[in-house]
Ligand binder design. Sequence first.
Ligand code: NOJ
Length: 538
Amino acid sequence: MEWWKKAVVYQIYPMSFKDSNHDGMGDLGGILEKVDYLKELGVDIVWMTPVYESPMDDNGYDISDYYKINPLFGTMEQFDELLEALHQRGIRLIMDLVVNHTSDEHEWFRQARKDRNSKYHDFYIWKDKPITDQQSIFSGSVWEYNEETDEYYYHLFSRRQPDLNWDNPEVRKEVYRLINWWLDKGIDGFRMDVIDLIGKIPEECILTSEKSHKYLQEMYRECFEGREVFTVGETSYATPVSAPLYSAPERKELTMVFGFEHLGLEEVKGNGKWDLKKLDVNELKKVFAVWQNALHEKGWNSLFWSNHDQPRIVSRMGDDGKYRKESAKMLGMILHGMQGTPYIYQGEEIGMTNVKFPLEDYKDVETINMVKEKQEAGWSMDKIMQGIYAKGRDNARTPMQWSAQEYGGFSDHEPWIRMNPNYEIVNVEEAEADNNSIFHFYQKLIHLRKEWEIISTGDFTLLFEDDRNLFAYKREADGERLTVIANFTAGEVQCGLPDEIKPGRGQILLSNYDRDSVGKKMTLRPYESFMYYEETEK
Ligand code: NOJ
């Protein structure tokens, strides 16, 4: 089996992970201080969001030089040191590859916007006038006027993130050059930002097309063939049909996809993420089941609840008050029991929660632009704030809570973004000291994946599909069965066992309470979940 089928990834958002140089902003030196923490948790791969040179309009997803480290984060020497420190501990490092767009301060764009005849002009997408009314993901038209050439350029994200023209072979050559440069340096792969969008057709408002596959195959030939490289594509527009195309090994595109359908269920369909709707658990279960089955033996999926763009999962789908620990563990268990590669976003392993800040304390360009747009559209301030509390990306970007000290042990300087005020209770120091903590539970989840092959290989069937209180499924492989049963509510729930599952025949591998056996009839406590393994007749 490929090594990454048993691997677990830890995502670091450097700005908010650990500050080492006393400026309130996390940095490479801070990550270096915490490599033993990552080892202790047991993860195999670290994905670090962008640390390249950038004016930070979108916190580094706007790159102005792909070959340089942003001085805010440190130096190339520190980067090399970090890479080595991780490798010494058997942890791989993957970098964020942001090549759908650059910063407007990238040299290519500076040249492009000055002169229609520059060789870099065709690195971007230009029209004499806005040819569509397509809206950018960060609000406003995708077409932005450029005075010097009297044209409009295309940007799917902020106006300071012009999209690269992937149809230009010179662009692709430059991208492959930078990928190979980083691989030659010894990094282990890439998380590819919005990579399914490289096949867009702006003239038709089409975001992704067959071209995305064609370019990824070319990238594979030019950069990955013959190397051991781990690639995960952020593929928001992938479907259960296209996901295997991206990730089937014989197609030579990506190691795995990273799709969001399970996190798009709490919004009024078609209205974007800010128009909130209550989660229907059965819908969530169904989405997981469809993806599990679509990729089984055909491709490979990422498993994640959180990242730097998503609210904290325990606030979102669990209970961040009374049952914070129980519900965070339950959510961890149902995800880590599935087929795919799990991703843990910094702080998830200690059950960090969402925040409610006054509007002026939010930093994210997406949130700031949205407020303006929704106010113009007549939304009440209350509705806007409810949207931010539930979905704002800054929920995930408050500093990592290391201890109960001032600024949560993240820094000794006021952080660039406010702390979550609960750091005195929710922090790593507390979690490490408590044998029953979420942290130790995540350690066990990571370990179980290594020990029990069925977690990586078994097929997937939902159990109690229509029961809104339960999230349960079984995984089956030759002569074995793994069953995960979770109470998805804050109340007690009665649960029987399907006939085929035999109490007494198997063993509980993990429980978030003290359950050590299963019965034909059980009362599950609030958010109780367990994982049961048994050998079956062949
Ligand atoms: C997806 C990244 O995860 C997000 O943070 C960023 O804003 C957009 N891509 C644009 O690069």
